[in-house]
Design a protein around this ligand. Structure first.
Ligand SMILES: Nc1nc2c(c(=O)[nH]1)N=C([C@H](O)[C@H](O)COP(=O)(O)OP(=O)(O)OP(=O)(O)O)CN2
Length: 165
């Protein structure tokens, strides 16, 4: 008798989030500001629920993920923990500086993320953390594994996987 494992995965057009960003790279360099139509894909693993015979309802998984990607959609994404790009939040705007380059964005156009860099990897981990909290809070559900893939564009993505300790 083998072991069984089930997983469900959602990735839909409404999980696309269109954002501005730039990252630091090679430790000390900084990209020019540009944007992506990011697409999130989410996968959860677990046993079948005894009453509904699914791991987790697709509909609820899409809705919980969309709440998070909608917060990011049409915003400038800024990493607040970057070692070389400085982000200063003010009531009306956010001032960003890298060496002699400076950007000023209206506060409402930005999402400040407690991460080191707005790479697809760290965006995937951020979304996964938010989603795990949401699944636990609203559905009392902790999956055996949670994977979030963030695609920057077709053929270019990063995936973060979480499993309970
Ligand atoms: N592992 C990662 N590598 C890179 C990331 C990342 O998030 N994870 N991000 C970038 C840049 O932010 C950039 O957006 C991607 O750069 P690039 O592939 O050069 O840009 P394009 O989307 O225009 O791709 P083309 O294939 O050149 O059309 C870099 N690396």
């Amino acid at each position: 008798m083998g072991t069984e494992r089930f997983k469900v995965r959602v990735t839909k057009d409404h999980l696309v989030f269109c954002c501005g960003h730039f990252i630091s790279y090679e430790g000390h360099r900084c990209e020019r500001l540009h944007g992506h139509n990011y697409r999130a894909a989410v996968e959860v693993e677990g046993p079948l629920n005894a009453t509904d015979f699914y791991v987790f309802d697709f509909v609820a998984l899409k809705a919980r993920t969309k709440t998070i990607t909608d917060e990011l959609d049409h915003h400038m994404l800024l990493a607040t923990r970057n070692p070389v790009i400085r982000v200063d939040e003010h009531p009306a705007n956010v001032r960003v500086a890298y060496k002699d380059r400076e950007w000023v964005f209206p506060r409402g156009d930005c999402v400040l993320l407690p991460i080191e860099n707005t790479t697809a990897e760290l965006l995937a981990r951020y979304i996964a953390g938010r989603l795990l909290d949401s699944l636990r809070k609203h559905h009392a559900f902790t999956p055996d594994a949670l994977r979030v893939e963030v695609e920057e564009n077709v053929g270019q993505s990063a995936t973060y996987e979480w499993r309970p300790a």
